[in-house]
Design a protein around this ligand. Structure first.
Ligand SMILES: Cc1cc2ncn([C@H]3O[C@H](COP(=O)(O)O)[C@@H](O)[C@H]3O)c2cc1C
Ligand SMILES: O=C(O)c1cccnc1
Length: 351
């Protein structure tokens, strides 16, 4: 469905060496800029350019409700999803602060919140719900196949319009009460891990709450027979509209050679599903932070990726993307602007 080129296979080896040379010949000991170095290399390769740029950076927040909230898996009521969308639109959430601070354009997508948003008009709001929340996946499938495909396509279309408006770096965030349970269920199925290895505190449930989430997940994996299921089946049976839309959006962004910036646990699960669908996807992504959601570290390790930050954050909304964005700017700045040993007349280690 998506056609994502392997950068390593597609780019001339001379270009790949030129990227590494550019980094290694800067006036610094090799590797001394840590994770900024592979990030700069990644961006140069994605853009096939030795003078990469970050254009019209934006964050998309996909919001939706979850039937599984009825199982008491979150500390907060479902209504908070709608309330937080309104908070995003009036500029008062954490993601608004950090996006303003770092010049990120913010768009909120109603992927399937349980309300109508009557009369809500805002240039940064896309109101295209698949349905008013998913079904409770401990009873039946979260969504139909048709809804799954619709969500995937809609996410892709939204990214295409950002790309057509000149964006080449796109961050992903989400809002949806109970979505850590949906995300953990997807992780459990795709990585063949027990619910206990994937469930976490989310908004802050206690240990008994985490155990309850783990049981809900194990039972759902059993009910829907997801042990060896395809990513599409897993997403349809236990996913959420915002998660599926994010998968379609992330895959489209990679197809369009955009840099994909991934937030915390839920977004990383969407990225995991995308990587299971298209193996080359990860070459286009940067994971922005390691969340305090307990399974996030395991998830990042399973994808063999290193996040930029570990601040103990566990919020979602794309907040980790927005906080890490200045580091992405730093990676491009040093790559484009730092003097080389030759330019600056500095001796390198070979003398
Ligand atoms: C006020 C508030 C703002 C949030 N912003 C993001 N989340 C985060 O918490 C939710 C997931 O946790 P759980 O699975 O435990 O419900 C998601 O909406 C996520 O984005 C929030 C949660 C709350 C309560
Ligand atoms: O890491 C996340 O994305 C996260 C963790 C807890 C609650 N909401 C989001």
């Amino acid at each position: 469905m998506f056609n994502i080129n392997s950068l390593v296979q597609q780019l001339p080896s001379s270009f790949i060496s030129a990227v590494q040379q550019t980094i290694d010949l800067k006036t610094k000991p090799q590797g001394s800029l840590g994770l900024l170095e592979p990030l700069a290399a990644k961006i140069a390769k994605i853009q096939h350019s030795l003078s990469p740029s970050l254009n019209a950076p934006c964050v998309l927040i996909f919001a939706a409700d979850h039937g599984i909230a009825d199982e008491g898996v979150s500390l907060f009521p479902k209504a908070v999803t709608e309330q937080m969308v309104l908070n995003f639109l009036s500029g008062g959430a954490a993601i608004n602060c950090f996006s303003r601070q770092n010049g990120l354009d913010l768009t909120i997508v109603n992927a399937g919140v349980s309300c109508d948003f009557v009369g809500v008009e805002h240039s940064g709001f896309i109101n295209k719900p698949i349905a008013k929340g998913t079904n409770n996946f401990s009873v039946t499938e979260a969504m139909s196949e048709k809804q799954y495909l619709q969500a995937l396509q809609q996410g892709a279309d939204i990214v295409s319009s950002k790309y057509n408006a000149g964006c080449n770096v796109i961050g992903f965030g989400e809002m949806g009460i109970a979505n850590t349970t949906s995300a953990a269920a997807i992780m459990s199925a795709l990585l063949n891990l027990s619910g206990a290895n994937c469930a976490g505190k989310g908004t802050g449930v206690d240990e008994a709450g985490v155990l309850h989430k783990a049981n809900v997940i194990d039972q759902a994996i059993e009910l829907h027979q997801l042990k060896a299921a395809s990513p599409a089946q897993v997403l349809q049976k236990v996913g959420g509209f915002e998660i599926v839309m994010m998968v379609g959006a992330m895959l489209k962004a990679a197809e369009l050679s955009m840099l994909v910036l991934v937030d915390g646990f839920i977004c990383s699960v969407a990225a995991l599903a995308a990587s299971k669908m298209e193996a080359n996807f990860i070459e286009y992504t940067q994971f922005c932070h390691q969340s305090n959601e307990q399974a996030h570290q395991r998830l990042l390790a399973a994808m063999d990726v290193q996040p930029l930050l570990n601040l103990g954050m566990r919020l979602g909304e794309g907040s980790g993307v927005a906080v890490a964005y200045p580091l992405v700017v730093s990676a491009v700045s040093f790559f484009n602007e730092m003097a080389s040993f030759a330019d600056a007349g500095v001796s390198n280690s070979e003398g």
